[in-house]
Ligand binder design. Structure first.
Ligand code: PLP
Length: 634
């Protein structure tokens, strides 16, 4: 538990069981309902679902929707706030149909709606947000077609609010609204002066990409009045960034936005809603700090600051409390899915050894290196380390000049790693470790080769160094004896994860168990439900992962069922995204094989086998499969 900090980042959804398996408690209403993730993995293996795979806990999605809505409602009631809460889920955070459907369904009783930021997202929102009392908020830059779709939505009874991101959009909207004979409901997005904190802080401030400045805001109001659409302006919107790590930036934004709201109301604008955007952060590393993968506040504190902040400004200025809209995506979806992947090998820096015994014609540099190994003690290891590094550099220069042979270099390499290992032994348990020696444990650490792609499944860990919690699925009652970083199967040296929750005193490595022959070792990469699930790219043409959707039975608190299996990408699928036709590929290969068969270079029976094998590969999984399985197919 200490090593992986499960209770700190899991919001109670995951824990370690007494037998060392990882457990999921996906429904906050049913604390006794615990599912064993290792058993789910075993069932998936038995039913032939290949890893890597995404496990989606739909009950977690429902719990999160409920938690956000009930907390807002409770705080609003306690504060005697007279407006209501209308949350919307921003589809861009996870556009998977099953995810959106589940959220809409769980949110129905709270009139929880959807937010779209593009035309395709709007198309989905129009079709899926069918509750007549929930909102559909439209953000993002818009063209004529976007506005027509939005007004179509209004015509079929959806509560569409079109948020204006830049002044010029208004002219197009007014023209289309008049043409279609529909009075739109409009929101104005403010480019607040306050800046968020965290990786997405540029979403606000003078240089923000979206929103209206104060000048533009007043021009927009005057323009709409002049065009006869004064009553349309009903919502004030702002969004200062995702993953806001510091509660102070939220407090500041609420203060500024509620002043804008109050001023607009006093200016005669019939506003009814204030939309606080997204930004509610997820504590990925469980540190409750303001580092980029964490936050220094709870959901409750976030909601209290919003409700009481707006209330205070309104009360002081004698204006009614507006309805509150929020667009949390990350906080709703992050916990509900994880990626389970198999460790398929270990890469050690110093596995193979060369005979280092004294040779008659040995170069003095090699002799010196051996002496370091022999003379090293607990008193002199720092001095010896300095000598070691300097001799290593000299040997490389000597090799480049043709003075040393490949055999000398093999000896040098063996002695170098042996000495580092010895120094490392002296460091264990030391209260003080000199700075230059601190990197030795991670230099000696292994890399575990994991059958997945960082670029497909954990894109933010590569792009913005986001920390995601990673935990072995079982053997958690066994002390891990290795420390390792993770490398994926893409042929890209950036395809690795080497920043983790600080556990063993280092955040560059993760404590893991020794691999055992013939026994699978699966790791779970958690909190991948927001953005990671849908933003991954096709680097190396590793496509989407197999997925299982897990539901728990209401009447059996220990049981679950896999409701749906969504097949990941086959090789033919990913190739077709790059315009390759499976048919042409297979034909080309068949032609080449036939040619060689007719020349007698390949036996006809082998020719048929080869052709079939290539064709079968087009429908098989893009990730590595067990060699055993592959041999059976062959
Ligand atoms: N609303 C808007 C306008 C956004 O740009 C975003 C994402 O950045 C969100 C909502 C979702 O934010 P989060 O995932 O931080 O809740």
């Amino acid at each position: 538990e200490k090593l992986y900090g499960v209770s700190r980042w899991s919001k109670g959804y995951f824990s370690i069981g007494s037998k060392g398996d990882l457990l999921a408690t996906p429904d906050h209403h049913q604390p006794n309902l615990t599912l064993n993730i290792q058993e789910i993995v075993e069932e998936m293996t038995e039913t032939g679902i290949k890893f890597p795979a995404v496990i989606r806990f739909h009950d977690i999605l429902r719990s999160q929707v409920e938690m956000l809505n009930t907390t807002f409602r409770r705080v609003i009631a306690d504060a005697e706030y007279t407006g209501q809460y209308f949350g919307v889920f921003p589809i861009k955070v996870n556009q998977m149909r099953e995810v959106v459907e589940e959220i809409v369904n769980a949110g129905e009783k709270f009139n929880y709606g959807l937010e779209a930021g593009s035309k395709p997202e709007l198309m989905a929102a129009l079709a899926y947000n069918t509750n007549k009392d929930s909102l559909t908020i439209l953000n993002g830059y818009k063209d004529e077609e976007y506005f027509r779709l939005a007004l179509l939505g209004q015509q079929i009874g959806r509560n569409i609010i079109i948020v204006i991101e830049k002044f010029n959009e208004l002219k197009t909207l007014v023209q289309i609204a008049k043409e279609m004979g529909v009075t739109p409901v409009i929101g104005l997005r403010s480019k607040l002066m306050v800046k968020g904190k965290g990786k997405w802080k540029n979403s606000s401030g003078e240089r923000a990409k979206f929103g209206l400045s104060y000048v533009e805001m007043l021009h927009a109001v005057d323009y709409l009045k002049q065009e006869g659409f004064a009553s349309s302006i009903q919502l004030l919107h702002f969004h200062i960034g995702s993953q806001l790590t510091d509660i102070r930036s939220i407090k500041d934004a609420i203060q500024e936005a509620s002043m804008v709201y109050m001023n607009l109301v006093k200016y005669g604008v019939p506003l009814q809603y204030i939309d606080v955007g997204g930004g509610l952060a997820v504590d990925y590393d469980g540190s409750q700090s303001t580092n980029n993968s964490s936050c220094n506040y709870s959901t409750e504190e976030y909601i209290l600051d919003i409700v009481y902040g707006i209330k205070q400004t309104c009360d002081l200025n004698d204006i009614p409390h507006p309805n509150i809209v929020s667009e949390s995506g990350r906080a709703i979806t992050a916990h509900h899915s994880c990626v389970v992947a198999k460790v398929i090998g270990e890469i050690k820096p110093n596995t193979t050894q060369y005979d280092t015994s004294v040779a008659a014609d040995e170069h003095i540099l090699i002799t010196n290196m051996r002496e370091i190994t022999q003379e090293l003690t607990s008193e002199n290891y720092q001095e010896m380390y300095n000598d070691l590094v300097s001799i290593k550099e000299q040997t490389v220069s000597a090799f480049n000049l043709g003075v040393l042979s490949l055999k000398d270099m093999a000896k040098m390499e063996t002695l170098y790693w042996q000495t580092l290992e010895q120094i490392n032994q002296h460091l264990i348990g030391e209260e003080f470790v000199p700075e230059q020696l601190m990197k030795i444990p991670s230099l000696l650490s292994s890399q575990y080769l994991v059958n997945f792609s960082v670029f497909q499944s954990t894109i933010d860990s590569w792009a913005i160094k986001q920390v995601l919690p990673i935990v072995p699925i079982n053997r958690l009652s066994e002390k891990p004896t290795k420390i390792a970083s993770l490398v994926d199967i893409t042929c890209d040296s950036d395809g690795k994860i080497d920043h983790f929750i600080e556990a063993n005193g280092s955040s560059n490595t993760l404590p893991l168990h020794e691999l055992k022959d013939g026994e699978d070792y699966h790791i779970g990469i958690f909190l991948t439900g927001a953005y990671q699930d849908v933003m991954g790219d096709m680097h190396n043409l590793f496509g989407r992962l197999n997925e299982v959707h897990i539901y728990s039975y209401d009447d059996d608190p220990k049981d679950y069922y896999i409701e749906e299996v969504v097949k990941g990408s086959a090789m033919g699928d990913v190739l077709s995204t790059m315009q390759y036709s499976s048919e042409i590929l297979a034909n080309n290969i068949k032609k080449e094989i036939d040619k060689r068969v007719s020349k007698g270079q390949i036996k006809p029976r082998v020719g048929v086998q080869l052709t079939d094998f290539y064709e079968n590969c087009l429908s098989s999984y893009t990730y590595l499969t067990d060699d055993k399985e592959r041999r059976n197919r062959w």
